[in-house]
Design a protein around this ligand. Structure first.
Ligand SMILES: Cc1cc2nc3c(=O)[nH]c(=O)nc-3n(C[C@H](O)[C@H](O)[C@H](O)COP(=O)(O)O)c2cc1C
Length: 139
């Protein structure tokens, strides 16, 4: 059977951003994603989460629905939803990037830069991150 793979990217605003909260989120994400064959990356900073989820369509939609209801962040907004042939983060249950990849300043984010960003710009953030992530063991 051929599985339909999709990618969803969303942006949100952290609520109560600190190390224990982030560690808890990553624990939940990796546990569920390993179970559901979902992979992806979470770029984070105290003013923003930008997450890419990829995998079988039903599993990604279900994960996104759960994530949307999570009160550890607010103003969850879908930026991208597309079919894909191959994954960008095949080896990562959820790669965590503490905004090293970040191309927008806090001022730009506050000024809603992501609302104006083109899909190609958003995908570029994750392409660059994927290039730099190498081929590690499953995390
Ligand atoms: C920023 C953020 C990213 C998350 N990423 C994922 C994820 O990649 N996969 C996932 O299943 N849950 C993720 N979660 C956690 C879900 O919101 C939820 O707690 C988890 O899927 C367990 O769902 P359940 O409590 O309904 O069983 C994330 C939550 C936040 C706040």
């Amino acid at each position: 059977m051929i599985t339909n793979l999709i990618q969803i990217v969303y942006v949100s605003q952290p609520f109560g951003f600190d190390e224990p909260t982030l560690a808890g989120i990553l624990l939940d994400a990796r546990r569920c994603n390993k179970r559901d064959d979902v992979t992806g990356a979470l770029v984070c900073r105290d003013d923003i989460y930008l997450q890419l989820l990829e995998g079988p369509e039903g599993a990604v939609r279900a994960a996104y629905a759960r994530i949307s209801r999570d009160d550890r962040h607010a103003r969850v907004k879908e930026l991208l939803n597309r079919k894909i042939q191959t994954r960008l983060f095949a080896n990562w249950a959820m790669l965590h990037d503490p905004a090293k990849t970040w191309i927008w300043t806090e001022e730009e984010i506050a000024d809603a830069a992501l609302d104006r960003a083109e899909p190609t710009e958003i995908i570029k953030v994750f392409n660059d991150l994927s290039d730099r992530s190498g081929k590690p063991a499953v995390h």
